[in-house]
Ligand binder design. Structure first.
Ligand SMILES: [Zn+2]
Length: 683
């Protein structure tokens, strides 16, 4: 009862949405953490120091489902209440006084910290944004309270520990190591991170002297170059382009298994999906360049200055998308840049057609809006005020709010001040209005030569060109369509492939087969056009796992007599990390009775094995899909499927749940699944 009354009083104190950050400023935290993977347990001794801004009777720290003991305020015992979401500390806190609070805690985090098995080893990694660091570390979830975090982390000696800041010391005992990290500047708690696992690293240094650490699995040394290609160039470019030195002591990038997103820009420590840890063939279809640049740009836009609330989220995502695009323009050129802007425009137009458009300053805006409309807004703004004014405004904006929080007006007012322009119409068009200023977008795209070409042949109200009203298809992709404009070349080819009786068809397809452009060849693989069998077969030898996958699948369907030949030609190709080619190959081999039928059990075993948690969820999903198509589930794969329904990645989890549900409705599996679920429950 006392507990209830106390909680009630606190809630009254903090009602009317008064933020704790107005009363208390948490300054530093020192945390010594012991992480025990086998029991998915974190325990720690933590010391916070904080300053009181207004007299107050209680303060809190966010801590989800944790146990606390030995709680001391300025080294004296203090009363506390743990409601399993927050821990409240009661005392007569006095204005302008700095306090220290220490405690021990234990947590078994259900999210935000993940314990993943990779081969026989553990991998532990965190994801704060959207999940809340307070699931594994007692901390302040409010992004407006920036704290300097210093960690000491204890773990097995044969594992590497990577955390925010600089490694200052590693102490080793026989089986155990303690890693000490130091941060010099404060950050929001959603950017706190650590990654633990078996890693090697490559170290390079930026032009400005910042150490860049590129982590990889010990067996992946051949993947380091293609994965991290252009890292130094992009880092040097962004420091120069933004005009403010990199705000942290070092920069580390770590791939992890079964990550929730593509990448996450934790302060000085980007964690990314190991699906991007690629070999050199994968680079053309799936590479880390854009994610690499995007997360790096966040080190300024998001980490150095952080939006006060969701309404200003574009200050993070719009800026990171825009600066990533500038870094890519530096590598891939002007045409690439404009083609991407054009693609973003198309996606935004589709969103508007589907009536899903929102203003950029709407906290509920979609990712497309925050990222792509945000990037567009910055592109247009820079064109309007000029490169130098824009850069100066960004420098002032960043420096003025360094290591603090920002709102949209903090940026706009800087641009207005330096340009001497009133930007209210820009704000109306780009920040406040739901509708896209399409005519203005067209005008800017026309500055690129190849896109300007559209204007002369355009017939549709949108930004695209296919054929004219008579169904005319150009006879040459190269001569009649500008080189830089690859999206439209694809669209034209796609139209042509639908019209085999069209007079220019043969010339156009022949030209396309002679093309080295990867997307063109993938389009051909998808259609295997009539009369071009021999040419289509050459696609099986392309240095692209996507092309090979598409070509194998289509050729196998279209030419039944040659199935064995196609399987032989691709029997050694594995494909991307998700084994796209290998899993397809196994399924097709099983469907081809005349091909190595003596090996069917071996093939089934291999495909089944890929559904186990030893493999990434992407590989497992591919394997489950083929096993489902072939209807060859067995006890092992059904157990793996049940296991997958509890996976931490929600996309994979919902895929597994849907599949299990539909199998449970089939006579063939109904009873087996029910029995297995019963048995697993008992275990
Ligand atoms: Zn981002």
């Amino acid at each position: 009862m006392r507990y209830l009354i106390f909680v009630l009083i606190i809630f009254i104190c903090f009602s009317s949405e008064a933020q704790q950050v107005e009363y208390v400023d948490f300054k530093t935290v020192n945390a010594r953490l012991v992480i025990v993977p086998d029991s998915t347990k974190v325990s720690g001794k933590v010391k916070y120091s904080f300053e009181i801004l207004e007299n107050i009777d209680s303060i809190y720290i966010d801590a989800i489902n944790m146990k606390f003991k030995d709680v001391l305020l300025n080294d004296k015992k203090i009363e506390f209440i743990n409601d399993l979401k927050k821990v409240w500390f009661k005392s007569k806190f006095r204005k302008n006084v700095t306090y220290s609070l220490t405690f021990n805690y234990v947590a078994y985090p259900k999210k935000a910290m993940y314990f993943v098995k990779r081969n026989e080893d553990w991998q532990i990694w965190t994801q704060g944004q959207g999940k809340f660091t307070s699931n594994w570390l007692p901390s302040i979830d409010d992004t407006n309270d920036k704290i300097e975090f210093d960690f000491s982390i204890v773990n097995y000696a044969d594992y590497k520990v990577i955390a925010n800041g600089k490694l200052i010391k590693r102490e080793g005992a026989v089986n155990i190591s303690q890693w000490h990290f130091n941060m010099q500047k404060p950050m929001s708690s959603y950017l706190v991170a650590l990654a633990i696992g078996k890693y090697d690293k490559k170290e390079i240094t930026s032009k400005s002297g910042i150490p860049l650490e590129l982590y990889y699995y010990p067996e992946d040394s051949a993947k380091v170059e293609p994965t991290y290609r252009y890292t130094k160039q992009m880092f040097d470019f962004l420091e120069e382009e933004i005009g403010v030195p990199f705000p942290w002591q070092n920069y580390k990038q770590v791939p992890v298994k079964d990550f929730l997103y593509s990448g996450m820009e934790n302060t000085s420590l980007t964690i990314f999906s190991d699906d991007f840890m690629i070999d050199k063939t994968s680079f053309v279809d799936k590479n880390y360049v854009n994610v690499n640049a995007h997360e790096l740009a966040h080190q300024w836009f998001g980490d150095f200055v952080t939006a006060t609330e969701g309404k200003h989220h574009w200050l993070q995502e719009g800026f990171a998308t825009y600066y990533a695009l500038l870094a890519e323009r530096d590598i891939f050129g002007e045409d690439y840049y404009y083609n991407r802007l054009y693609e973003y425009a198309k996606q935004l137009i589709v969103q508007e057609q589907e009536d899903k458009a929102t203003a950029l300053l709407d906290p509920k805006a979609s990712s497309i809006t925050f990222y792509k409309k945000g990037a567009w807004a910055l592109h247009v703004l820079k064109e309007r005020v000029g490169e130098q004014v824009f850069k100066k405004a960004v420098i002032n904006y960043l420096n003025k709010h360094a290591y603090k929080n920002v709102e949209t007006n903090d940026f706009i007012s800087e641009v207005e001040k330096i340009s001497g322009q009133d930007l209210s119409d820009f704000e109306k068009d780009w920040l406040l209005s739901k509708e896209l200023p399409i005519s203005k977008m067209r005008a800017t795209l026309k500055k690129n030569e190849s896109i300007a070409f559209l204007e002369t042949i355009e017939h549709t109200p949108y930004l695209s060109y296919r054929t004219d009203k008579n169904g005319f298809i150009p006879s040459s992709l190269v001569h009649e369509l500008p080189k830089g404009f690859y999206i439209e070349r694809l669209a034209v080819l796609s139209e042509a492939l639908k019209k085999p009786d069209y007079p220019t068809y043969k010339d156009l397809i022949e030209e396309a087969f002679n093309s080295k452009e990867i997307k063109i060849r993938q389009l051909l693989a998808k259609h295997s056009p009539d009369g071009f069998k021999k040419e289509s077969e050459t696609l099986l030898l392309d240095a692209s796992y996507t092309t090979i996958e598409i070509a194998l699948s289509n050729l196998w369907s279209k030419f039944p007599k040659d199935r064995a030949k196609y399987l032989d030609a691709t029997k050694d190709v594995v494909g991307f990390n998700d084994k796209n080619v290998r899993t397809l190959w196994l399924a097709l081999a099983l469907l081809t009775p005349e091909y190595n039928s003596g090996f069917n059990t071996v093939y089934i075993k291999e495909l089944s094995d890929y559904t186990s948690s030893k493999y990434s969820f992407q590989t497992r999903q591919n394997a489950f899909s083929f096993i489902n198509n072939l209807q060859i589930f067995n006890i092992e794969t059904l157990i793996n499927l049940i296991d997958a329904t509890a996976h931490h990645n929600w996309r994979f989890k919902s895929f597994a749940r849907d599949l299990l549900k539909s199998l449970s409705e089939e006579e063939k599996y109904k009873e087996i699944i029910a029995n297995l679920q019963e048995q697993l429950k008992e275990q």
